[in-house]
Design a protein around this ligand. Structure first.
Ligand SMILES: NC(=O)c1ccc[n+]([C@@H]2O[C@H](COP(=O)([O-])OP(=O)(O)OC[C@H]3O[C@@H](n4cnc5c(N)ncnc54)[C@H](OP(=O)(O)O)[C@@H]3O)[C@@H](O)[C@H]2O)c1
Length: 343
């Protein structure tokens, strides 16, 4: 059993904690957060042990919430911690706690690539994370781009260049104070996703551009990929269909918007309506000679959860990449029909 502590129990951390409890080879030791709020209360109601910083313990006690110990206690009881704190806090935690206690740690995409020895994507570089001390999961949009590129690389389809136009959701649903509310925000060019993809695939010819709009549902990406050789649309669809964690949806089944995919997810009974898959709108897949263009959707709150679970296995030395990916997918209820778990 891999003993795991989750530090940071917000949008990403709570999902990672729940996902850990669904794996047969992992034990959730507990979660850590700062505020004794409704999220802490629900964690306790779920039976999770809640830890906090030494100076915050009394805040929890004042509200009658049980504290299992300090963050340092959680680190001592864990083989690996997953840090899902806000951007920049992961680095502070690394310097203050993880370095000192010798614990292995997995960071999220808000931290810069330099925080870890490896920036991670299960399909592309699982092996590189084996037995490392620090691994970083790339951001949600980057995870989606990498899964798409992985589908081609796994099948030896050579990529010449990649251009991605990202329409970012303005905020996560719970982020009441973020925007835009009535605007289209032009983000710096190139967008940070370009460097993030290169942290995993350093030699890829990629450029990314990003705007943010008033929606909290999901990101949308327009991908334009040029291959070295001519490709066939049916073959590209086949490759995407066989790649784990990519889900093709089409108009025939009634999917013409992101809201409908979430409705499908709700109707399917998924926890929190989470879409772990990178969603490809199949009707938009257009192939002309060597060029492919298509539109995908990325559920920012959920897409990185499977990668976090695989990274826990890799960092603790579990060598069978495809076994890990498949187990994670089964345990999270990710669609497996038609998928090939292996090269
Ligand atoms: N949200 C997304 O869509 C998304 C997608 C992919 C990757 N990421 C990345 O994932 C990371 C986490 O993002 P998030 O959206 O999940 O953040 P979030 O919702 O704001 O949650 C952050 C959590 O960290 C806790 N925390 C803050 N400072 C802490 C500290 N010093 N020690 C321990 N816990 C602390 C907070 O506790 P309190 O609430 O008690 O203060 C909260 O539980 C970031 O690197 C982000 O870039 C986010």
């Amino acid at each position: 059993m891999i003993r795991v502590g989750v530090i940071g129990y917000g949008t990403i951390g709570k999902r990672i904690a729940d996902a850990i409890t669904k794996q047969n080879d992992m034990k959730l030791i507990g979660i850590a957060k700062l505020k004794p709020d409704y999220e802490a209360l629900i964690a306790i109601e779920k039976g999770y042990r809640v830890y906090t910083h030494r100076e915050r313990v009394k805040d929890f006690e004042k509200r009658g919430l049980d504290v299992a110990g300090t963050i340092e206690d959680l680190i001592r009881e864990s083989d690996v911690v997953v840090d899902a704190t806000p951007k920049g806090v992961g680095l502070k935690n690394k310097l203050e706690f993880y370095d000192r206690h010798g614990v292995k740690a997995i960071f999220q995409g808000g931290e810069s690539a330099e925080i870890a020895e490896v920036s991670f994507n299960s399909l592309i570089n699982y092996e590189k994370a084996l037995n490392r001390r620090y691994v970083r999961i790339v951001s949600c949009n980057t995870t989606a781009i990498l899964r798409i590129l992985a589908s081609f690389l796994i099948n030896d389809i050579q990529i010449d260049r990649v251009r991605v136009f990202i329409v970012r959701r303005g905020a996560d649903p719970k982020e009441y104070s973020r925007g835009p509310i009535n605007d289209v925000v032009i983000e710096p060019t190139p967008s940070h996703h370009e460097l993030d993809v290169k942290s995993v695939l350093p030699d890829i010819n990629i450029a990314t551009y990003s705007i943010a709009i008033p929606t909290t549902l999901a990101h949308t990406q327009f991908l334009y990929i040029v291959f070295r050789d001519r490709v066939d649309r049916d073959y590209i669809i086949d490759v995407l269909e066989k790649t784990p964690r990519i889900l093709l949806v089409n108009r025939e089944d009634g999917f013409t918007s992101i809201a409908q995919i979430f409705e499908w997810s709700r109707d399917s009974g998924r926890d929190r309506n989470d879409l772990y898959e990178c969603i490809v709108f199949q009707d938009t897949v257009t192939v002309k000679d060597r060029e492919l263009s298509m539109i995908i959707a990325v559920h920012s709150e959920a897409i990185v959860i499977p990668e976090n679970i695989d990274a826990i296995r890799a960092i603790t030395g579990f060598e069978d990449k495809w076994f890990s990916i498949k187990s994670t997918d089964i345990n999270l209820g990710i669609i497996q029909k038609g998928k090939v778990y292996g090269k």
